[in-house]
Design a binder for this molecule. Structure first.
Ligand SMILES: Nc1ncnc2c1ncn2[C@@H]1O[C@H](COP(=O)(O)OP(=O)(O)OP(=O)(O)O)[C@@H](O)[C@H]1O
Ligand SMILES: [Mg+2]
Length: 207
């Protein structure tokens, strides 16, 4: 089953926002998804509680139990994609998620301190030999130069950058706070379009 790990060393980079939106976009594209929350903060799991009994499913798993949890997700009727959300500053959890993944996404805000934190992750994914891409998140509008510079920094660390970026948009945090995703509060909005584009791109990588 296609499995996508969302990892980053830095707290608040957008891991959970991207995990939930990616899983919801996959589900909307007829690939029902399950998010496995390996973060003890359990933010994705709380979102799942607010959402109730609707896809994407969210289950929790200690990192050491990840392989078993993925196996169980396989057996769930309908689940066709797994997205793993991980805690920040947690090397062991990141390693487990990378090991389980077919594709690794690394959310980062396009700012110097955030990009600096990519170094440790870059070494980890290179060692594992998994396809990995930085996903620039919360990009201020019109920040073309910032995106170009961030892409260069990622490249200097041996990391590719996903062509889809998420802008700094109220729809991302307003929807998450209600157990929803951006497309469910504004189907025509830019946040909804970015989330759909991210899944479309990821699906191509997984082929
Ligand atoms: N593109 C965005 N636009 C606006 N707000 C965003 C965006 N991405 C994330 N946020 C907000 O930033 C905060 C941190 O995001 P999120 O929880 O997804 O990060 P995280 O990397 O999972 O954090 P942690 O490391 O604590 O798990 C949240 O309040 C979220 O709603
Ligand atoms: Mg999180």
């Amino acid at each position: 089953m296609p499995t996508i790990a969302i990892i980053s060393q830095k707290g608040g980079s957008g891991k959970t926002t991207i995990a939930l939106h990616l899983a919801a976009s996959a589900t909307q594209a007829k690939k029902p998804a399950c998010v496995i929350d390996t973060d003890p903060q359990a933010t994705a799991a709380a979102w799942g509680d607010w959402r109730g009994d609707f896809f994407p499913l969210v289950v929790t798993s200690p990192p050491a139990r990840l392989a078993k949890t993925i196996e169980r997700a396989h057996k769930q009727d309908d689940v066709q994609v797994v997205v793993i959300d991980t805690p920040p500053h947690a090397e062991a959890a990141m390693r487990e998620a990378i090991k389980a993944a077919d594709l690794v996404l690394i959310p980062s805000r396009p700012r110097a301190f955030d990009l600096h934190a990519l170094e440790a992750v870059a070494e980890m994914v290179e060692f594992a030999g998994k396809p990995a891409f930085v996903v620039l998140n919360a990009v201020p509008s019109g920040a073309t130069r910032q995106v170009a510079e961030a892409t260069e920094t990622a490249k200097s660390l041996g990391l590719k950058t996903c062509p889809v970026t998420f802008g700094e948009r109220a729809d991302f945090h307003r929807s998450s706070a209600k157990g929803e995703v951006a497309s469910e509060i504004d189907a025509e909005g830019k946040a909804a379009a970015e989330a759909a584009a991210l899944w479309k791109w990821a699906a191509r990588q997984l082929k």
